[in-house]
Design a protein around this ligand. Structure first.
Ligand SMILES: [Zn+2]
Length: 259
């Protein structure tokens, strides 16, 4: 009798940095056809050509002779948000693996090189399945840099705004109540959450504001700026008394776990 086939699972963990604003973390399946292919996705089944998951898989899968993979991030940034600083932890899980002796430093260097400057992965090491839950359940505060723009046609007293921002930057963290953002309400429960946020520094760049923000895990930063039609309170818009929105966002640091 043939031996029953046992799929072999192998996982490695590491960190990634992302330097572009058009790359999702995982495969971005077309919401209309869920991967089967339709007019909206021009038959591809997905809405972007690449993702961090696919950039890693393209190198890792043939080296491990693996058949399927999953990408587990320690949280995720929006597709248009860069992930800088010391990066974000992830676990890459492969199934039906036929080879387990792979040089992970060389793999990391090759993923980075073949991404054409879009991502960098580093600090790779083999890990077990427990790490998936551990990295997903570790809550970390994050530091952001946001480019904030006043809505067109809004009358802004720039001196008054500067006073408010100076006050915020000199002050402590404050609480913000956020309802689930409208942009994700179709796939997340509509709940209210309380998070803290701390505006630590700011400056004008032309008519834009460059704002440094420290915040508790799970804070919706874009909405903390725009107010999301009043669903986040207070917001930078409400504090400044002038509608503004985040036009560029970078994660510049994921801090050590909150205790
Ligand atoms: Zn489709």
């Amino acid at each position: 009798m043939d031996k029953p086939f046992t799929p072999t699972r192998l996982l490695f963990e590491g960190r990634y940095r992302k330097f572009v604003r058009d790359l999702p973390q995982t495969v971005f399946f077309c919401p209309q056809c869920r991967g089967r292919g339709c007019n909206r996705c021009e038959g591809y089944g997905k809405l972007t050509k690449d993702s961090i998951q696919e950039l890693v898989a393209r190198v890792a899968m043939p080296r491990f002779k693996a058949r399927r993979n999953k990408f587990h991030g320690a949280g995720r940034e929006d597709m248009d948000v860069r992930m800088l600083g010391t990066g974000r932890r992830f676990v890459f899980e492969m199934q039906k693996v036929k080879r387990d002796t792979v040089d992970l430093d060389d793999l990391a260097a090759d993923v980075t090189r073949r991404s054409d400057g879009r991502i960098e992965i580093f600090d790779l090491k083999l890990c077990d399945r427990k790490r998936v839950v551990e990295i997903k359940e570790t809550h970390c505060a994050k530091e952001y840099q946001a480019r904030v723009r006043f809505e067109e046609g809004v009358e802004v007293d720039l001196d008054a705004a500067a006073k408010v921002l100076d006050g915020l930057a000199a002050g402590d963290r404050f609480e913000i109540v956020q309802k689930t953002p409208q942009r994700v309400a179709h796939r997340r429960a509509d709940i209210e959450r309380v998070r803290w946020i701390d505006i630590t520094a700011w400056e004008y760049d032309g008519n834009d504001l460059m704002v440094s923000i420290l915040s508790q895990h799970g804070t919706y930063i874009k909405e903390a700026i725009s107010s999301d039609d009043g669903r986040s309170q207070p917001s930078l818009s409400s504090l400044l008394g002038a509608s503004c929105r985040c036009v560029e966002l970078d994660v510049v640091a994921i801090l050590e776990p909150e205790t």
